[in-house]
Ligand binder design. Structure first.
Ligand SMILES: *Cc1c(COP(=O)(O)O)cnc(C)c1O
Length: 425
């Protein structure tokens, strides 16, 4: 079925006389008649529920919905997008291992990779997303266990050449993990281009209403762990903490996600509340309608900004002038991909903040990908500790503005931008 139908129906098949909507299983534990029944669940011999940290029917239904949208075989929800990034890597990397990542990353992911993973003995190499295949290959080491990148990066809006990165990973015998948060499966399905694992910050468009922080990890089931068994012993050799289960042998294409649930969720937690998953599941129903409106509005506004006096550079993959327009045409269903625009004002950093303060409909927020339009001036907020020189090397100019276009009326948003620009320039 098409994605609009999957957004509404996937993950939950009501029984005769059963609840039509995914119900909220707001319980921590399950009841058992016999110790034997429970023991089978603990040995992973039988599928079933016993404790919400490991699995919960509401969480599972919403995870299955996201797996269906991406075209994956299995998925797990996490308490945040950060937890999804971390678990997707920690499931196959441990002390002494290495990963290669595109340098065009969300700030939180950058910190995780540059500071926290090295503390755990996992080395990370950052590569230019636009590097040649040859330059990328030089970053691979014998202990490399995965390649990571964002399909449309936050906030730089670089569109990933997914096939190039997938080839790099597969030639090295490792999976490509991509963060598909910005385009969502409505506008990009990375598995169709060779990515092996997709992660999401569901906090963004999948929720889309600024209500619940969450994440998801989806496995395509395509990466052959057994063909590279020596590199991935956690999946291909017996797990002593689960009575000698070998995940690939017992769970086949479900091995990677089962290991996250059985091992990482058991030991590290980070599950979402079933209540939050319920809200996420409901909000996903309207994802295709919202994404179409986000992209339409952003395209209109990007085109208007490009012509407006006082605006220096506009970055939006849907603009023919954008350096990533060709990649957007190839990989994204709607060229813009999402509702996020980056632009530079002519003038000073002070004028940029005055402009933000003058906005009335569009609000100042450290959030993106929401029904409500919001705006951020990185130089005076997320990057305010940096000098002008450091800002430039981080790709953040003093007058850069990140605008997340919502689902309001585009003309109302343009009128708001226009009056705020007129007040400073
Ligand atoms: C927000 C974001 C994250 C982190 O997600 P949280 O839900 O805030 O933990 C990861 N990747 C991208 C691309 C994001 O935009």
């Amino acid at each position: 079925m098409n994605i609009d139908t999957r957004c509404v129906h996937a993950g939950w098949e009501p029984e005769d006389g059963g609840p039509r909507q995914i119900p909220i299983y707001q319980n921590t534990t399950w009841y058992f008649d016999s110790t034997e029944h429970m023991a089978k669940l603990f040995d992973l011999e039988e599928a079933g529920y016993f404790y919400t940290r490991l699995a919960n029917p509401t969480n599972d239904a919403v995870a299955a919905r996201i797996a269906a949208l991406e075209g994956g075989v299995a998925a797990v929800l996490t308490s945040s997008g950060q937890a999804a990034s971390f678990f997707s890597i920690f499931n196959i990397c441990s002390e002494g291992d290495h990963l290669v990542t595109s340098s065009a990353l969300y700030g939180g992911t950058y910190n995780l990779f540059a500071i926290t993973l090295p503390k755990m003995g996992i080395e990370v190499s950052f590569v230019d997303p636009d590097a040649t295949g040859e330059q990328l290959r030089e970053a691979i080491r014998p202990n490399t266990k995965c390649v990571f990148a964002e399909t449309v990066s936050n906030p730089a809006l670089n569109v990933l050449d997914i096939e190039k990165f997938a080839t790099l990973a597969h030639d090295a015998g490792v999976p490509l993990i991509v963060d598909n948060t910005f385009p969502t499966p409505v506008n990009c399905r990375p598995f169709e281009w060779g990515a092996d694992i997709v992660i999401h910050s569901t906090t963004k468009y999948l929720d889309g209403h600024g209500t619940v922080v969450g994440g998801a990890i989806v496995d395509s089931g395509n990466f052959d762990w057994d063909a590279h068994a020596e590199a991935f012993p956690g999946l291909t050799t017996p797990d002593d903490s689960y009575h000698g289960v070998t995940y690939t042998e017992r769970f086949g294409k479900g091995a990677y996600i089962t290991k996250i649930v059985a091992q990482l969720m058991r030991d590290l937690g980070s599950i979402p509340s079933p209540n939050n998953s319920f809200i996420l599941g409901v909000n996903i129903e309207s994802l295709p309608l919202r994404m179409a409106k986000h992209v339409d509005n952003a395209q209109k506004i990007a085109e208007w900004l490009e012509k407006r006096d006082g605006v220096a550079i506009v970055r939006y993959p849907g603009l023919p002038s954008d350096p990533y327009h060709a990649l957007a045409k190839k990989y994204l269903d709607a060229d813009g991909g999402c509702g996020v625009i980056a632009f530079d004002l002519k003038g000073s950093a002070e004028q940029a903040t005055t402009f933000l303060d003058a906005l009335k409909v569009i609000s100042i927020a450290t959030h993106v990908a929401d029904a409500r339009s919001c705006v951020l001036h990185p130089a005076s907020s997320t990057h305010r500790q940096l000098t002008d020189e450091q800002l430039v090397s981080a790709g953040v100019t003093p007058t850069l503005i990140r605008l997340s276009v919502g689902i309001e009326d585009a003309d109302d948003l343009i009128a708001d931008l226009d009056q705020a620009l007129s007040s400073v320039l």
